[in-house]
Design a protein around this ligand. Structure first.
Ligand code: OFO
Length: 170
């Protein structure tokens, strides 16, 4: 059984994962309109993954005797000035999510909720991957600079799973 404190923290994280999904969705739509099909495909997939993160939390809360709440949908902020800004925004957002996940892990220890602590380790590992992915993409974009041929190849690379191979971590 989860304590009310842990339940509330997990429900707050449900809302944040839903918001992440919205943000990726807005970025995907922006990229698609720019003709960056590979980037769009990558971001649409990632939006789905954030929704999966949300669902995983919701199911866990309910399994542990809590009640997961479906969060309201907010309009994502506009942060799409260019492809580098998109991925800078992604890295910033993922670092924030990592901090939120760490705060829940910390709360679990304080509450002596070792079951949720164990469950949250999946998210801890996931965040390492997500930050790595965002940094890797940003490094590539720095290398490409204004090179249009490089951007074309980068877009194609993301279409087939993403830089570093293996696709977006889920
Ligand atoms: Fe992008 O991360 Fe969810 O948890």
């Amino acid at each position: 059984m989860v304590s009310k404190k842990v339940e509330n923290a997990l429900n707050a994280q449900v809302a944040k994962e839903a918001m992440s999904s919205q943000v990726y969705l807005a970025m995907a739509s922006w990229a698609e309109v720019q003709g960056l099909e590979g980037v769009a495909a990558f971001l649409y997939r990632h939006s789905d993954e954030e929704r999966a993160h949300m669902l995983k939390l919701m199911r866990y809360i309910n399994e542990r005797g809590g009640h997961s709440e479906v969060p309201a949908l907010a309009k994502p902020p506009k942060m799409m000035k260019g492809i580098a800004e998109v991925f800078t925004g992604i890295l910033k957002q993922e670092v924030e999510v990592s901090n939120e996940i760490n705060a829940i892990v910390d709360l679990c220890l304080k509450e002596k909720d070792y079951t949720t602590h164990n469950f949250m380790q999946w998210y801890v590992a996931e965040q390492i991957e997500e930050e790595r992915m965002a940094r890797h993409v940003l490094d590539k974009l720095k290398m490409i600079g204004d090179d249009k041929a490089g951007l074309y190849l980068f877009d194609r690379d993301l279409q087939s799973g993403g830089p570093g191979g293996g696709g977006t971590p889920s």
